[in-house]
Design a protein around this ligand. Sequence first.
Ligand code: ATP
Length: 238
Amino acid sequence: MPPETALLNAAGVDAGYGTMQVLWGVDLDVKPGETVLLLGANGAGKTTFLKTLVGLIETRQGHITLGGTDVTRMRSSDRMRLGMTYMSELAVFPDLSIEENLKVGAQALGHANPGARAEELYGIFPVLRDKRRNPASSLSGGQRKMLGIAKALAAEPKLLVMDEPSAGLSPLFVKEVIRVLTDLRGHGLSLLIAEQNIGFLEVATRVFVLEGGRIRFSGTVAEMTDNEALRRAYFGLK
Ligand code: ATP
């Protein structure tokens, strides 16, 4: 697709650490309202790629555009201002209360009324309302993940970039995260989710498979499941 119709477009991205190159010519795009899944095993380069997209790691080659603006050399905070929020595995401040975490998330982009935004988010995550005055450290792993998602949403991003939302969660909580993401998708938010858990195919409109720092496959979920080699590698099926 032409980059100008994409919300996010990465073209030919190389990145790495010191003398070690991790990403090799990665192409990936997210259209408005899409949920794109970036699948890959441990060490495939998913985190490195997400950090490059959001500006925490330098792009060595290639280009990244957000809403048509070239952000390749832009600071991370400026990319956020353009509507891209990153949710890492360590997404919350454990010593702050639930409400303070949400306000910090809202203030990151200078939200006019962080308190009102927190109220809206309690509507999506009722469990957080009940515990609003408690420190984030008192939450269970699953609840903490919900708070991480809520905190990232507090800034009202156009695109939420998520690194392994299922990490450390029981299958029951993974289902709950998938339910919340399905809900958010219905509200027009665009999502880019890096995962190893194929359960997330349920929410995806398109899939990219990263192997050894290179995109091995991109297409719809149906196209992926039609691909015999990928089916065998990711679903353990013949
Ligand atoms: P995981 O699911 O384990 O997080 P991943 O697909 O996100 O895997 P990355 O974390 O991006 O993979 O790692 C890709 C490669 O980069 C690995 O070989 C890893 O050892 C290396 N790497 C990651 N972070 C650093 C770092 N800070 N310094 C040097 N090498 C790193």
